[in-house]
Design a protein around this ligand. Structure first.
Ligand SMILES: Nc1ncnc2c1ncn2[C@@H]1O[C@H](COP(=O)(O)OP(=O)(O)OP(=O)(O)O)[C@@H](O)[C@H]1O
Ligand SMILES: [Mg+2]
Length: 243
């Protein structure tokens, strides 16, 4: 049988539902995504992280399917590792190796490189980013922002066609954050980013607003951000923070 062609450069999400602790967390989400830069917004607890975890193949939904460039990420772990990379909010939960070189090289060995090849490629990547002197550095001795940058480099090194980010740079100062976003846009071919930072989403191609596990609005960034901000202001007028 011929290999399935990977004609579509798309994320296809079909009727995704997930229950956690007896409560619906994702509720019948269907999306077809072809744009390069997608933002996901929504209130705390609206299901953003859960959706990203399902998209990354890290969380099995109760029903539904996810295909990224034709790869069934929920059932094809090797395909998922080849196709997408994830950067979470807290680099301390992501970094597992004592040195920068080991951290980056690990992902490459996951893709099938032997250790010398992975090491050589890691050095090449660090050199390309002007960070050759990071190679032997202790990951614990890096600052928070440097660790977040390392997580991004480790993902980029694997050359995924899609990068998923869950509020990756919120703890950073404005300069570091701006620099990281700039590198991200240069480094990532396509990305889906969860963030509460509506300003950074202004230049995105599409924004999806999640509300109680459902897509509440979906469209061009300016319109969705305006509508979301207006609704948050409206809620703030009449309610306490949580209800
Ligand atoms: N492992 C779990 N067990 C039980 N409930 C869970 C679990 N994970 C998530 N939930 C619930 O699912 C809902 C969505 O959580 P999720 O982390 O996806 O929200 P979020 O939109 O990322 O929120 P935030 O903006 O605070 O990061 C929340 O009500 C949360 O309590
Ligand atoms: Mg979250």
């Amino acid at each position: 049988m011929p290999a399935p062609s990977r004609v579509s450069s798309a994320i296809e999400i079909e009727n995704l539902s997930l229950t956690q602790g007896g409560h619906p967390v994702l509720d019948g989400i269907t999306l077809s995504i072809t744009e390069p830069r997608i933002g996901i917004i929504g209130r705390n607890g609206s299901g953003k992280t859960s959706l990203l975890r399902v998209l990354a193949g890290l969380q099995r939904p109760d029903q539904g399917s996810v295909r990224v460039d034709g790869v069934d990420v929920l059932n094809d772990r090797a395909g998922a590792i080849r196709t997408l990379g994830v950067v979470f909010q807290n680099p301390d939960h992501q970094i597992i190796f004592p040195t920068v070189e080991e951290e980056i090289a690990f992902g490459l060995t996951q893709l099938g490189s032997d250790r010398p090849a992975a090491r050589a490629r890691t050095r090449e990547i660090l050199a390309r980013h002007g960070l050759s002197d990071w190679s032997e550095r202790s990951t614990q001795a890096l600052s928070q922002g440097q660790r977040q940058y390392l997580c991004l480099l480790a993902v980029v090194a694997m050359d995924p066609s899609l990068i998923l980010l869950d509020e990756p740079f919120t703890a950073l100062d404005l300069l570091t954050r701006t620099q990281l976003y700039r590198s991200l846009f240069k480094l990532a071919p396509r990305l889906v980013m969860v963030t509460h930072d509506t300003q950074v989403l202004e230049g995105f191609d599409r924004v999806i607003w999640l509300d109680e596990g459902r897509v509440r609005e979906d469209g061009p960034a300016p319109a969705i951000l305006e509508s979301f901000t207006a609704e948050m202001m409206r809620l703030a007028e009449g309610r306490s923070c949580w209800h």
